[in-house]
Design a protein around this ligand. Sequence first.
Ligand SMILES: NC(=O)c1ccc[n+]([C@@H]2O[C@H](COP(=O)([O-])OP(=O)(O)OC[C@H]3O[C@@H](n4cnc5c(N)ncnc54)[C@H](OP(=O)(O)O)[C@@H]3O)[C@@H](O)[C@H]2O)c1
Length: 279
Amino acid sequence: MMKLPSFSGKTVLVTGASSGIGRETALAFARAGAQVVIVARRAEALAEVEAQARKQHQARTLVVTADVTRPAQVRACFREAVAAFGGVDVVVNNAGILIPSRVEDIRGADLKAMLDVNLFGALYVMQQAAKVMRKQGHGNIVNVASLGGRRAFSPIGGYSATKFALIGLTEAFRMELAGTDIHASLVLPGVIETPMYERTAASDGELGALWPKALNMPADWVVAAIFAAVRFNLRELSVPPGAGEISKLLAVAPGIGDSLIRMMTGAARAASKLKRSRP
Ligand SMILES: NC(=O)c1ccc[n+]([C@@H]2O[C@H](COP(=O)([O-])OP(=O)(O)OC[C@H]3O[C@@H](n4cnc5c(N)ncnc54)[C@H](OP(=O)(O)O)[C@@H]3O)[C@@H](O)[C@H]2O)c1
């Protein structure tokens, strides 16, 4: 089990906490002694996360069912958190959705739905977080974007576009906060083993064939990056480390980037086949 720094007495609000990375993040902060505000839409799934946080880690928790695409619900969520715990020290802005499609076929409604959650939802959370944190004079906001927000590939072009946009918003936001004790970080995960991957691979043959499940990274790796971002006020971290920097270098020569991605996914498929064929 990962060793965690103490967050005793701190209040941490996690969006998208009913599943995957958000769920693991909320439970890890509970284990680190924080008061955890657990936010998503599905009340039943949130109740299960809360029960585990309380039973295993004796954490103080608050469940708020909210849709991040609704500004009024996001405002209410921060109001409830401040009323319950007196402030919010850390916000993990993690709620997100992925609807895979080739760019040629993407439906406008699907791209809009992704923009609504991944960009506008994240924006409403950032705005409310900044409001509370400016009042209390400190805080950390961690935006969970994606390596796909630094370099896109098919069939996740639409999703990547929303994460490129979120990265842009976060870079400017970070600069607006300069000189304060409020820090905005970007965490950029690669392919992580969560229900999002399972759903996406199952619904889209192209993606399932492109990236084998055996090579997925555990959600714990993202949790470790989130903890590091908060503890050391880091601007940007990728999972695995260094992958974000490689993506930036590849932007200088896009043709080489295309070839490398094709080679990498080909090698990944070959490695996965080899693993499966071993007795
Ligand atoms: N898994 C990966 O490979 C990967 C890679 C890079 C980046 N990411 C990013 O990491 C984040 C977490 O993804 P995950 O893999 O953990 O996915 P996941 O298991 O599908 O969890 C997504 C979470 O977002 C919540 N959510 C979705 N729409 C929402 C809305 N409108 N309002 C409030 N909450 C909402 C969901 O809860 P409800 O349905 O209960 O609302 C759920 O808790 C996302 O931002 C994703 O883009 C994931």
